[in-house]
Design a protein around this ligand. Structure first.
Ligand code: GSH
Length: 231
């Protein structure tokens, strides 16, 4: 049997890889990395992922990091799970990679700016600046997603894919950080739709359990919207 272990932390983008494994239906275990204890930067975890980030997927003893690489690999290894639409040629495949990169390298940095600006810069006024930059950037990109969803319920029209799971994580993350999702009714409906998906529900249940574990240990980070020091 395939031996699968995923390093995660609740609320993080490790949800994307978790949803992929839940979609496939392969049995897997998750191991919580305790950010509040600095476990992600520990020598022990860095021997798994030298970048000190989650997710990290260990499959049959080998480790793969980066959500986009994880999705791409799992899609190839488990084609019946249809994690991504079948690409007819190299160009279509490259377009799909560009889409996933939009989530990983455009949306994700703005999620961090909005959610945890205090972890990016220590000066409180600079944190406000970073937060506001994130909000501005995110509005531009949310509009892009909103326009795209005019063509169907999912990013690829009628076909659900891991692209939707990745978009959902970004949406969910900023919706809980005073980001106004009001101007984006299609993207909001997309989020509510994806929350009905069993793989997403199972992933959220895993996160909830992990969150409760961290709460019991007093290791929950509560992000707050930054305020100017002179306000
Ligand atoms: N490009 C990576 C990003 C991973 C990442 O930044 N994960 C965050 C959680 S959402 C993390 O582990 N942050 C810890 C840190 O940067 O110190 C991926 O897509 O997998």
């Amino acid at each position: 049997m395939t031996d699968v272990l995923l390093y995660v932390s609740p609320g993080t983008c490790a949800r994307v890889a978790t949803v992929a494994l839940e979609e496939i239906g392969v049995p897997f275990e998750t191991r919580i990395i305790r950010f509040m204890k600095g476990e992600h930067k520990s020598l022990r975890y860095k021997s798994v992922n030298p970048k000190g980030k989650v997710p990290a997927l260990v499959i049959d003893g080998d480790t793969l990091t980066e959500n986009i690489a994880i999705i791409t690999y799992l899609d190839k290894r488990y084609p019946d799970a249809h994690l991504m639409p079948r690409a007819g040629d190299d160009w279509a495949k490259a377009q799909q990679l560009a889409d996933l990169c939009f989530c990983g390298t455009t949306l994700h940095p703005n999620v961090s700016r909005i959610r945890v600006p205090q972890l990016l810069v220590s000066d409180p006024n600079a944190a406000v600046y970073v937060y506001e930059k994130g909000i501005k950037g995110m509005h531009e990109y949310f509009q892009l997603v909103e326009d795209r969803l005019a063509d169907g319920p999912w990013w690829y029209g009628d076909t659900w894919s891991m692209m939707d799971a990745y978009l959902y994580w970004a949406f969910w993350r900023v919706e809980g950080a005073e980001f106004d999702v009001g101007p984006y009714p299609r993207f909001t409906a997309h989020a509510r739709r994806i929350e009905e998906r069993p793989s997403v529900q199972r992933s959220m249940a895993r996160e909830e359990e992990a969150q409760q574990q961290l709460e019991a240990e007093g290791l929950v980070f509560v992000p707050s919207v930054p305020k100017r020091a002179d306000a």
